[in-house]
Design a protein around this ligand. Structure first.
Ligand SMILES: Nc1ncnc2c1ncn2[C@@H]1O[C@H](COP(=O)(O)OP(=O)(O)O)[C@@H](O)[C@H]1O
Ligand SMILES: [Mg+2]
Length: 263
């Protein structure tokens, strides 16, 4: 059986430099191979700036690889027909870190969650907004919160709205890119337990990108380390990953904040 989502020898370069400096190419992804199986719960860790978000954007089809391929259910998305491509875009959703920037402040929460249902299922606005209500309840908000706007929510609540939006088109894979990193510890713990609950209930595959080894250790059943533009290791626990002694791991361990008292 082929993996749900796979990256094969993916390369991605960015142009760096500006008016006064000579243009250089920044070779961020240098041959990434990564497979995500149905129901997988994979953490992706690595130093800041190593290319985790770039990998995420490529996996979501938001950016194209310069070389290599992204396959959904074994089919290269760059070669798929419009119907299969739409199926891929519906099936692979994302939750970003910066929730304020990823929602339109003029829309209500109901409209935000309704948008993918209108796009992918062709629902009318009124019908999609009604369907957003049980989704908001599923992420621990109230049905009536559908009528509120982003400024009326706290950061943690708004992240729940974004999770509901990601779940709305009934995806098979959700990519979380530092999705809890800007929340304070207590709110982070609550959102993490929600994410865990949804994963176990719906059997979704997760790619959980984070620089926080502790979060990944608590949530993921597998962990991959990104370093030097490739997946340097993939293990079934953070403990095993630490045991590899990879220099990037040492840095990640050193960057962990001290444990909260009493934990
Ligand atoms: N659109 C872009 N244009 C130019 N450089 C970029 C772009 N996106 C990311 N980069 C650079 O690519 C590298 C990897 O970035 P990123 O994928 O965001 O890393 P991470 O998520 O691991 O912190 C960084 O040096 C970053 O500055
Ligand atoms: Mg990032």
């Amino acid at each position: 059986m082929s993996a749900l989502l796979s990256l094969k020898n993916v390369h991605r370069r960015y142009r760096r430099g500006g008016f006064f400096t000579r243009t250089e190419m920044l070779h961020v992804l240098r041959g990434v191979d990564l497979e995500l199986e149905e129901g997988a719960s994979l953490g992706l860790v690595g130093r800041s700036g190593c290319g985790k978000s770039t990998l995420g954007r490529v996996a979501l089809g938001l950016e194209r690889p310069d070389k290599g391929s992204v396959c959904f259910r074994g089919e290269d998305i760059a070669a798929s027909d419009p119907a299969s491509y739409a199926e891929f875009r519906r099936s692979v959703q994302v939750v970003f870190q910066n929730v304020q920037n990823s929602v339109n402040p003029r829309m209500t929460a109901g409209e935000i969650v309704a948008e993918p249902m209108r796009n992918f299922f062709g629902l009318s606005k009124a019908e999609a907004v009604e369907r957003s209500r049980p989704l908001l309840e599923q992420v621990g908000l109230k049905a009536s919160d559908a009528d509120k706007r982003p400024t009326q929510f706290s950061g943690g609540e708004l992240q729940r709205v974004c999770i509901a939006r990601a779940l709305a088109p009934k995806p098979r894979v959700v990519v979380f890119d530092e999705a809890v990193s800007s929340l304070d510890m207590l709110v982070q713990a609550r959102v993490l337990s929600l994410i865990e609950h949804i994963r176990d209930e719906q059997g979704l595959a997760f790619l959980f990108i984070s620089h926080d080894l502790r979060v990944v250790a608590g949530l993921c059943r597998e962990v991959a380390l990104m370093a030097d533009g490739v997946i340097a290791a993939r293990k079934s626990s953070v403990k095993e990953l630490v045991a590899t002694g990879h220099p990037a791991i040492g840095e990640l361990l050193a960057s962990l904040p001290p444990a909260a008292p009493g934990r």
